[in-house]
Design a protein around this ligand. Structure first.
Ligand code: NAD
Ligand code: GLY
Length: 361
């Protein structure tokens, strides 16, 4: 098992990564301080893994909340399902919530924990590759709004993150690839040797080789933890973690939440950001070709949907959280392993990138 901390002073917490961690009940108990525990999961993950988590929690007063499965349920309405259960069960401020699921369950449970009685403890048990490498770490929680992705939320750090690679065996191939999009992101923003490793080992990840998965999850989480430790609430360097996300969020919202997977939309967003960086003379042709090739070899899309015109992209990107003083800022690349936040891009070049990386109608 690999263990290391997200270093945030009194809000520091451990990340545990390894095979069969759900079968080690002793891992969870130290992070639960009160008698009540509420496990939040969804109708897909609960039948697979809830029993294991329940078995690890003997001695606690346990409740469960099972949400419907899907990005389209990551809303205030379904957040209220969690609050209803917490109140009906008379949960006190020493309750611990446990998120058992992918990024949707993790973001919603974390936001419920941030808001319930102005903040209670929670633990992340991420069950998708995407959640294990990204969403369970760093304390961003929230829900979507019809007008913008993740627009309602809070920063609220978990007590611990427990990433059991055994659960990835039941994930479908499309979801596995979606997680790889966020892994590629770390190589691009700050870790060129990791990008090289991914080029050489992408087949092993797709084949779900255990040591390759643990290595990629650990390296991703270490990169994320280092950035979050510098800038917990995204006033600076943390914005780099949004490489590809401004375009990606526009695709998710524009196509209807749940139609495109988050990781798929981010993959296209990364290709768009790379191409736009090239058009500004910041990135060479060979680097863009490597990025597109790695994305394709991870079985991820590289073309935005034809239905999303440049005008629609612009409209949707105008509500991005990186907009400052009315000006959109994007994460662009000055090399593989070197990302920058820039409001200084040419809109005509952005239109050209979208035209080049959009399916023909
Ligand atoms: P998801 O939570 O919808 O999970 C994907 C699918 O896999 C779902 O159908 C789920 O039920 C199923 N599933 C989960 N674990 C499984 C398992 N072990 N076996 C079989 N099926 C399983 O999607 P996701 O990709 O995990 O997360 C995407 C969400 O995460 C988005 O809402 C995105 O905005 C958010 N996100 C948040 C952050 C953050 O920092 N908070 C970062 C990245 C993404
Ligand atoms: N996924 C972006 C972040 O956590 O900041």
């Amino acid at each position: 098992m690999k263990t290391f901390d997200v270093d945030l002073g009194e809000r520091s917490y451990p990340i545990f990564i390894g095979d069969q961690l759900l079968s080690q009940p002793a891992l969870l108990a130290p992070y639960i301080t009160g008698p009540q525990v509420v496990v939040v999961s969804n109708e897909t993950v609960a039948p697979l893994y809830l029993d294991k988590v329940v078995a690890a929690l003997t001695g606690f007063n346990l409740e469960k909340v099972i949400l419907p499965d899907g990005e389209q349920y990551k809303t205030l309405e379904y957040l209220n399902v969690i609050f209803n259960q917490l109140l009906e069960s008379r949960c006190a401020r020493d309750v611990t919530l446990i998120a058992l699921g992918g990024g949707v369950v993790g973001d919603m449970t974390g936001f419920a924990a941030a808001a319930y009685q102005r903040g209670v403890n929670f633990i992340q048990i991420p069950t998708t590759l995407l959640a294990q490498v990204d969403s369970s770490v760093g304390g961003k929680t929230g829900v979507n709004h019809p007008l913008g992705k993740n627009m309602i939320g809070a920063f609220h750090q978990p007590q611990a993150v427990l990433a059991d690679t055994a659960v990835l065996s039941t994930l479908d191939d499309r979801q596995l690839s979606a997680g790889i999009a966020e892994i590629i992101k770390y190589g691009l923003i700050c870790d060129a040797p990791f990008f090289d490793w991914l080029e050489a080992n992408i087949g092993r990840l797709l084949a779900r080789e255990g040591d390759a998965l643990v290595y990629a999850i650990e390296r991703s989480c270490r990169n994320k933890a280092a950035i979050v430790a510098q800038d917990e609430k995204e006033s600076g360097v943390r914005a780099l973690l949004n490489l590809g996300h401004t375009f990606g969020h526009a695709i998710e919202a524009g196509m209807g939440y749940g139609t495109w997977l988050h990781g798929e939309a981010v993959a296209v967003g990364i290709c768009l950001a790379a191409d736009l960086s090239r058009r500004h003379g910041w990135l060479d042709d060979a680097s863009v070709a490597r990025i597109v090739a790695l994305t394709q070899s991870a079985n991820l899309p590289t073309q935005a949907p034809a239905a999303l015109t440049f005008a629609k992209f612009n409209e949707l990107m105008a509500v991005d959280k990186k907009v400052k003083a009315g000006k959109l800022r994007l994460i662009l690349l000055k090399g593989i392993g070197e990302a920058v936040v820039s409001g200084d891009f040419d809109v005509d070049l952005m239109a050209a990138s979208i035209a080049a990386y959009r399916e023909s109608a």
